[in-house]
Design a protein around this ligand. Structure first.
Ligand SMILES: NC(=O)c1ccc[n+]([C@@H]2O[C@H](COP(=O)([O-])OP(=O)(O)OC[C@H]3O[C@@H](n4cnc5c(N)ncnc54)[C@H](OP(=O)(O)O)[C@@H]3O)[C@@H](O)[C@H]2O)c1
Length: 331
């Protein structure tokens, strides 16, 4: 066997091995590797994390994960009653890690009310004296066909999913810059990486987050600021309840069935926490086949686009059903 044949066989074997690893993973390979041998979650102990969008779903479970390892927490969202329950959960879970009542601060607010951001950030600093990590997790999904969406819906979604988070980050940044240290986490989505059908406004907001925060990283990394973009696939949460449609103000009111094939919220939150303590730039967290599709869309975008154009809408309808896929008029 000549050298080039040997090299070819080794390359093929490596690709096959990587494909097998991806097939059995629920996160990108760097994340899977660091889950095993990276910085431990215990490094969160004593640091102050502000989880925005902590009243349900991924943000709530992430607060629990961090509390279990003794992190101090600010938990925010609009629903105060839910936040109180999350705080009680954090204190119970974090008891063995030494968490006490004053280590979890509830700050209910609406992220779209940007004029109030400075006030709430001041309350964080008044309470804890510092902030280490801002987790921009709040967000609202959407199910609708592109041609039916009213422009007002696009604006509503950008207000919640993008401008609210970008403004809050800008309010927090002077604090991080003053100490030449800080970490900004953003919950994007797999939908921020390719054009998944039947939620174009939502996908656009998630793509926009990458535009803002990838640029911010290149400006802020030399100043000691880390940015982590988290891209989950389909996860169990309340995301379909307040989900937007094509009409302004309308909510889908959907519910994710307990038996639906989605990643468990706890598992997603655990992997988010691993990504955060390891300060990864971008992570993909998803079951297959979406995880595999993310790799295809990253490394063979033409194939991914051809697949979405041919099968995307049918796949979405098959996964979610016609109404909850937002495809009432689609064939
Ligand atoms: N579940 C999935 O399949 C999935 C997949 C990819 C990405 N994501 C992203 O993950 C993040 C968390 O979503 P989730 O799945 O955990 O859904 P969720 O259970 O509906 O959680 C959304 C969170 O955002 C908060 N929120 C929404 N609008 C807000 C506003 N105007 N001001 C303040 N907080 C607001 C909600 O709290 P209040 O209602 O109390 O305000 C809630 O805490 C979102 O950014 C979502 O886009 C989810």
């Amino acid at each position: 066997m000549d050298f080039f044949t040997f090299l070819f066989i080794i390359s093929v074997l490596i690709v096959v091995l990587l494909l097998i690893l991806i097939f059995f993973s629920d996160g990108d390979l760097t994340l899977m590797f660091l889950e095993k041998i990276g910085t431990r979650l215990s490094s969160a102990r004593g640091k102050v994390y502000w989880v925005v969008g902590a009243s349900s779903g991924i943000g709530k479970e992430l607060a629990f994960q961090l509390a279990a390892h003794g992190a101090k927490l600010v938990i925010s969202a609009r629903r105060e009653t839910e936040l109180k329950a999350v705080k009680a959960g954090c204190l119970a879970i974090g008891k063995n890690a030494g968490l006490v009542e004053s280590d979890v601060l509830i700050l209910p607010f609406d992220v779209t009310k940007v004029d109030s951001h400075k006030h709430y950030f001041d309350l964080v600093i008044r309470h804890f004296g510092t902030l280490d990590v801002l987790i921009n997790n709040s967000g609202r999904s959407q199910k609708a066909e592109f041609q039916n969406i009213k422009l007002k819906v696009d604006k509503e979604l950008f207000k919640t999913n993008v401008f609210g988070l970008v403004n809050l980050t800008r309010v927090v940044l002077p604090h991080f810059l003053a100490k030449s240290k800080g970490h900004i986490v953003v919950t994007s989505s797999c939908a921020g990486k390719f054009g998944a059908p039947l939620s174009s406004s939502y996908n656009a907001t998630k793509h926009a987050l990458h535009g803002y925060f990838e640029t911010a990283r290149s400006e802020l990394a030399p100043k000691g600021i880390s940015i982590t973009m988290i891209c989950p696939g389909m996860v169990h949460s309340d995301i379909l309840t307040a989900c937007a449609t094509e009409n302004p103000g309308e909510q889908l009111g959907g519910k994710i069935g307990a038996d639906e094939k989605r990643m468990k919220t706890e598992r997603c939150a655990k992997l988010c926490a691993v990504a955060i303590v390891n300060k990864l730039d971008e992570v993909w967290i998803s079951l297959n086949p979406v995880l595999f599709f993310l790799y295809v869309s990253q490394y063979a975008p033409t194939i991914a686009r051809a697949f979405l154009s041919r099968y995307g809408v049918q796949a979405a309808i098959k996964t979610r059903g016609r109404r909850e896929a937002g495809a009432l008029g689609a064939r």
